[in-house]
Design a protein around this ligand. Structure first.
Ligand code: SF4
Length: 383
């Protein structure tokens, strides 16, 4: 095994305060679990030795039986625009990708929720992988902790956005996504500002209500990508099961918090879904919702049978939607390192040089890059 977990040592990241208390057992006073929880998530301790709030014998005991459970960085790719893409090895040697995107006034981390993805969006390279497995809550949280450490980011500052728009469909891994979100948003945990955590879904309609019922939850973005039922069935075959009409109804019923709006993401595909008539239908579909629309011109990739629309077409589409609904054109990030949305899959990166090659760098990473959502699909953009 070359991944992050040592055989027989149980990872701690992903455990909540109650689980840590039961792990420590009745011999430890209750406040020890709280101290451990804060050290793992709030203080992001680098090692057991660094958890000086715990007595030395307990630290030693924990270090024998456990590990934090951070993934191993297998490769890093740097883009000219400052985006850095990571290939991360999990404890079982499977890999996922996470991306750091710096901006002038804030930074965004894009993380994965599954290894591969079972949803077969036609414009998405990740879809070509299929689903391998769900990520655990710990594996989701660990991506944030690791990238925060790498880039010296403070998750508690309001300048950090985390978007679950990488590999996978978060709503098909809802229990782990919800558990991870609770720890990420907990002021005693990682402490992300609640408006700075977003998940993006292809529209697993029945799960929307489940997510909406959670007291602590991320913001919601929906990959729309089509302006009619028929068109969406073509582009996102999952629509055959979860109809567009039902999805819009579920969005209407979604319990938005007072400060919240839905974000709809729309990948523009040349000559497919980018006409004026499409824009008008989008307005009709979403007009009654408290929402905004993010447009992303397709990031082309091998194996994807669509083209990128001209900038003038993108602007015209935006103009029509924006008359009724706030609508923004999102800049793709990290195009040169295949880190932009939908480009992380199945692409051999001959012209992108990893800045660091870890010991496992000779793995199948280049041939089997971890994937993620397509642009508007689960957008590699800030929402
Ligand atoms: S766009 Fe998102 S949901 Fe669709 S296949 Fe890609 S990763 Fe899965």
């Amino acid at each position: 095994m070359t991944g992050c977990y040592t055989e027989g040592r149980m990872p701690l990241i992903g455990l909540d305060a109650a689980e840590l208390a039961s792990l420590l057992g009745p011999s430890q006073p209750a406040y020890r679990a709280k101290q451990l929880y804060q050290a793992l998530y709030r203080d992001r301790a680098a090692s057991f030795e660094a958890i000086t709030t715990l007595p030395l014998p307990l630290r030693t005991e924990l270090a024998v039986q456990h590990e934090f459970g951070l993934p191993t960085i297998e490769k890093r790719y740097d883009s000219v625009d400052g985006t850095r893409r990571y290939l991360l090895a999990l404890g079982d040697d499977r890999t996922v990708e996470a991306v750091f995107m710096p901006e002038e006034d804030r930074d965004t981390l894009c993380i994965s929720s599954q290894v591969g993805c079972p949803v077969n969006c036609q414009f998405c390279l990740t879809a070509l992988l299929g689903l391998d497995r769900n990520l655990t809550a710990g594996e989701i949280i660990a991506q944030v902790l690791l990238l925060a450490r790498e880039h010296r980011l403070d998750p508690r500052s309001r300048q950090l956005n985390v978007v679950m728009m990488g590999q996978g469909e978060p709503l098909l891994n809802l229990p782990n996504v919800v558990k991870a979100s609770r720890i990420l948003l907990d002021p005693n945990g990682v402490g992300l500002f609640e408006r700075r955590l977003t998940i993006s879904t292809s529209g697993i309609t029945p799960k929307l209500a489940e997510l909406g019922a959670e007291a602590v939850r991320p913001k919601l973005a929906i990959s729309l990508n089509a302006s009619s039922e028929t068109q969406r069935r073509e582009l996102m075959p999952i629509t055959k099961k979860y109809h567009l009409r039902v999805l819009i109804d579920a969005c209407r019923a979604y319990p938005l918090r007072p400060w919240e709006h839905l974000t709809f993401e729309y990948v523009l595909l040349k000559g497919v879904n980018d006409t004026d008539a499409d824009a008008q239908r989008v307005v009709k579909l979403l007009g009654q919702l408290r929402c905004k629309v993010n447009l992303i011109a397709l990031n082309p990739g091998p194996g994807i049978a669509f083209e990128t629309p001209d900038p003038a077409r993108v602007a015209a589409f935006r103009e029509i939607v924006h008359r009724k609904i706030p609508c923004f054109v999102r800049k793709p990030r990290g195009l040169d390192i295949y880190a932009a949305c939908g480009q992380l899959k199945l692409v051999s990166i001959d012209n992108a040089t990893p800045t660091t090659q870890e010991p496992h760098g000779t793995s199948d990473a280049d041939r089997r890059p971890a994937g993620h959502h397509q642009p508007a699909a689960h957008g590699r953009t800030a929402v």
